[in-house]
Design a protein. Structure first.
Length: 159
């Protein structure tokens, strides 16, 4: 893959990559930084891509790795508790976002890629380097956990 073709394909995916990074990291500036880092790492490794038709899932996988690295770095730092200052930060506190954030990593990966990034089940499986059946069972398990948690939360709020 040439650098020009890589640049064109990466630019076409930028919005999807941003949405994915935003869902993982929870902030606009962190998401932009993660996308930039993933695109840079992808450019450096584009010669290793064996099949160009998997470019989208390959670059998404790089982005997910960048996001996980950033999340690990954040856990090492002491978190500061702050009130939401913007409407976007207030949106981040919604029950669904919190519930997705509490899912185990392997379940969260599938949910974010399937429902918030818009990948198909097959693309999600390729991006996570797992069999499609595993992706499907993780999706069912995650949806079941989310349904249980959100239903319990509504019942508690009604009391």
């Amino acid at each position: 893959m040439t650098e020009q073709r890589y640049a064109a394909e990466a630019e076409a995916l930028r919005e999807q990559l941003y949405r994915t990074a935003y869902l993982y990291l929870g902030g606009a500036s962190q998401a932009v930084d993660a996308v930039d880092e993933a695109v840079y790492k992808g450019l450096r490794a584009c010669g290793k891509l064996r099949e160009e038709r998997y470019f989208s899932t390959w670059l998404t996988r790089i982005l997910i790795n960048v996001c996980h690295t950033e999340l690990r770095r954040r856990r090492r730092l002491a978190p500061l508790e702050e009130l939401p200052e913007t409407a976007q930060e207030a949106f981040d506190a919604l029950p669904l976002r919190e519930a997705v954030g509490r899912l185990p990593r392997e379940l969260k990966d599938v949910i974010v890629l399937r429902y918030f990034t818009g990948l198909t089940l097959a693309e999600t499986a390729r991006a996570l380097d797992i069999p499609q059946g595993t992706a499907a069972s993780r999706q069912r398990r995650a949806l079941s956990l989310l349904r249980l948690e959100l239903t319990d939360g509504e019942e508690a709020a009604d009391r």
